[in-house]
Write a protein that binds this ligand. Sequence first.
Ligand code: AMP
Length: 571
Amino acid sequence: MDFECLAVIFERLETVSSGNTIRDLLAEFLKTVAQEDLVNVCYLLLGRISSDFDDTVLGIAEKSVLKSIALASGMEITKITAMVRETGDAGIAAQKVLQKKPRTLVPLKPLTVHDLVGKMHILAASTGSGSHDAKVTQLATLLQRASPMGARYVTRIALGTLRLGAGYKALLDALAIAFTGDKKNKVILEQAYNICPDVGIIAETLMTKGLKGIEAIDIQVGRPIQMMLCQRVEVLDEIPDKIPGEVTVEAKYDGERIQAHKNKKGKITLFSRCLDVITDQFPDVVKALAKQIDAEEFVVEGEVIAIDEKGNHLPFQLLMQRRRKYDVEEYVAKIPVQIKLFDVLYYNGKSFLHEAYVKRSALLEKIVHKNKAVTLTERIVTEDVMEMSDFFQKMLKEGYEGIIIKSRASDSVYQAGVRGWNWIKWKKDYETSLADTFDLVIIGAYSGRGKRQGVYGALLCAVYNNKSDTFESFCKLGTGLTDEVLEQLPVLLKKYQREKCPARVIVKKEMEPEVWFEPVIVVEVLGAEITQSPFHAVGLALRFPRFIRFRDDKKPEQATTRREVEQMLRK
Ligand code: AMP
């Protein structure tokens, strides 16, 4: 497929904001894509060159991309830089300056989707001396081979800033319409996506093997699965209604969730909650898992926490210092960690996703040889709410966040990507006051005044509506933003700034922000109460919101949902 065909659909997608129109456009287009291009087309529609969890980073800095545009167009880089400053978008600048391309000695072949993705992978893989200049030249050739409009999108793909308003959910809907003729089948695709979060594989399987092929998709070592999530209750007394009978009550640690995969060759890969590969951050965890788990192949899950020499738990903020690309070994020694394992999803060639929790935890206990670096979560088995409450108080005293109550029933399977009633969390915040924490997505900002002149004074935050795949405004957040956070915000958000309300974002006129953002950054917010509100798109508002921290381990689709806040509305 010529990249131009894709550029045309990109341009159309940029002009629409209605979810239904986006889906219909995508479905019509997907019907025209040949099998050999389908995987790449799906990745590109999401602004990527590989699956969401692939750790390929294009890593082309804006400066280098501008150099490529200069080389491809023959225009001075200073002029291009000025244009980018003016338009705020290197893609538009590339399109403008490449209207008139210098003639090449040999006519260039038009750019195809296959070539673009192939060459972009080569660019991503090239490192070392000389690679920088080579990257600039190769990208310049791709820009020359594209039409001016194509160059706009090639530039954004190279910079990692191509966002068309179509998330993976819209794409799955469109695939269901295009290849099964029935939108309802999106549910089957979404379930498969939870186990195989790779739209390319889903699309290809659907095209070649139909829904039967999709239903057969299972866990595969090396490919992460969406993590199972917890529900919450208003009072601990509700537990027996939600999970009758005996339950396992585990400590809830405030650390980083890790899904660890070991393949037959002994290679261990660690995935974060966002399904990013974070193996390089935790060489100590990798070593410990290799030694302490008795299995040829496994997929296990646990929470990593920072510990002191005596093995005592240390605050989350310290663990965050382990999120680094450089000086990793120095920090391994400085901030030792421990992984508290709580689940096993795959063991020696067999998927355990469909096994009950009792069976999974028994297996975990059998294969893990506990030591200081690897251990299991602290737990009790009970059906008595008083015992749960006592265990909760004990966990708080030990400095943990709370407890997670897990069903032991025969249907307590691992529900990938689902916030179901098989796991229920109970945290300190729930008990001590009305206060609760929410994971909200930043969708806009208002400029600061007085002391906050020159930085953002407040942020507009949204909850996620997982039914309509939209982000709906829920509160204006100005409290708790320290000077450090205020400084960080413009840098973090610059990439996602938009001139108008982005697709999938819903805000009422009264709350329109001065600056819009693509819904990408998730923040944890403490709030005192939820009230009815005519001003926010959800119809509810969070009162007295206070910024707690950035949740860069969460994707926008993993934010608190509209349904959850509706349930939490205290009458
Ligand atoms: P939340 O982020 O508040 O929805 O709580 C769910 C998170 O708690 C999970 O994603 C894990 O990172 C973390 N967690 C801590 N301890 C446990 C545990 N024992 N079992 C499952 N998840 C846990």
